[in-house]
Design a protein around this ligand. Structure first.
Ligand code: DAH
Length: 348
């Protein structure tokens, strides 16, 4: 029977075409080519009108079977192709979890912060409080309230960045003393404080000068504070910062806010006092200024200097770090060069 043969042939060709299809796109083209409105099956079925009425149901059934088979074969092949494409994609996108990760560069606490935090820890352990001052300060607190009146010759020692005639960038952390003193309620106990922070001077930057550097101010005021207390405190500080066996010496000096005033040296940690380039052959290295708080400073803050007294000190973490680590240029601390800063990893 001609019609049946045509259908069988069409099915065989379709299966062969589908088998050879290499993409989902081709499958769709084949579907349209066989089953679409103008497809081959449709054109074969146009011959139905020539089939005898008794054969028509048989041919019709056959035609439906062919349609179903072609459809099923197309579906199967499409699924197979999709699966294959997915597998290929998964294969090409595999992640090798054994590859080493990319290293994230970790920073570290700045060496000056490390030094200041070490001192803060020590003083906190001795019952001091940490007081923060402001970097923009008034002329009045920066100078007058620490006993440096308008025409005091010591003002020349500090070249100042003025913002207005009355406002400036503080040249030292000493104004924090005055602010802490006037706030403190002595009926509640002694005042023991340190104040770390940035200070500014109109210096031209070079290896030993920076227009901005750090200081730590210290102040202890109570009823019976003596110079021995000052010395003992500074001895502890020297040992903490430069090693247990370090001793210190006090030399007379002058600061307007202390009387008497001293400069404090630590025995050279490089040569142990024999004399070397670090201590300039003296065996000693100057580390800070200190003294017994001037009665005038107390009185200006409303503290009775006949009852209360104490000591103050001021030191420079930049200078300490330079001495301790043999850093020859203070500007290194402020360049943010990781090759330099990365050398100072905090231990423990
Ligand atoms: N303020 C001083 C300076 O900037 C440092 C200083 C010296 C502070 C002696 C003090 C002190 O409290 O007693 O050079």
């Amino acid at each position: 029977m001609e019609m049946e043969e045509k259908l069988a042939q069409l099915l065989a060709e379709a299966v062969k075409d589908i088998d050879q299809a290499a993409s989902v796109k081709e499958i769709e083209a084949i579907r349209i080519g066989y089953l679409g409105k103008k497809g081959q099956l449709t054109s074969v079925l146009k011959g139905m009108k020539d089939v005898s009425p008794q054969d028509r149901p048989i041919i019709g059934k056959k035609a439906n079977e062919v349609r179903d088979q072609v459809t099923q074969t197309l579906t199967d092949k499409k699924e197979a192709l999709e699966k294959e494409a997915l597998e290929k994609q998964l294969e090409s996108e595999t992640i090798d979890v054994t590859l080493p990760g990319r290293q994230v560069k970790k920073g570290q606490t700045h060496i000056l912060t490390q030094i200041m935090e070490k001192m803060e820890d020590m003083f906190l352990g001795m019952g001091y409080e940490i007081v923060e001052g402001t970097e923009v300060e008034t002329d009045y607190y920066n100078f007058e309230r620490v006993n440096l009146p308008q025409d005091h010759p010591a003002r020349d020692m500090q070249d100042t960045f003025y913002i207005t005639p009355e406002l400036l960038l503080r040249t030292h952390t000493s104004p924090v003393q005055a602010r802490a003193l006037e706030k403190h309620d002595f009926s509640k106990g002694p005042l023991k404080m340190i104040s770390p922070g940035k200070v500014y001077r109109r210096d031209t930057d070079d290896a030993t000068h920076s227009h901005q550097f750090h200081q730590i101010e210290g102040l202890v005021i109570d009823k019976h504070v003596t110079m021995a207390d000052l010395k003992g405190t500074l001895e502890l500080l020297a040992k903490k910062m430069f090693g247990e066996e370090r001793d210190i010496r006090l030399r007379p000096s002058y600061f307007p806010f202390t009387e008497p005033s001293v400069e404090v040296d630590v025995r050279c940690f490089k040569c142990d006092g024999k004399g070397c380039s670090v201590c300039k052959q003296t065996g000693w290295i100057e580390i800070l200024g200190a003294g017994m708080t001037h009665p005038e400073v107390l009185e200006m803050s409303g503290v009775d200097s006949t009852v209360y007294g104490g000591f103050a000190f001021g030191l420079g973490p930049d200078r300490m770090a330079m001495l301790k680590y043999g850093v020859e240029d203070i500007r290194q601390f402020y360049l943010n060069d990781q090759r330099f800063l990365g050398q100072f990893k905090r231990k423990g």
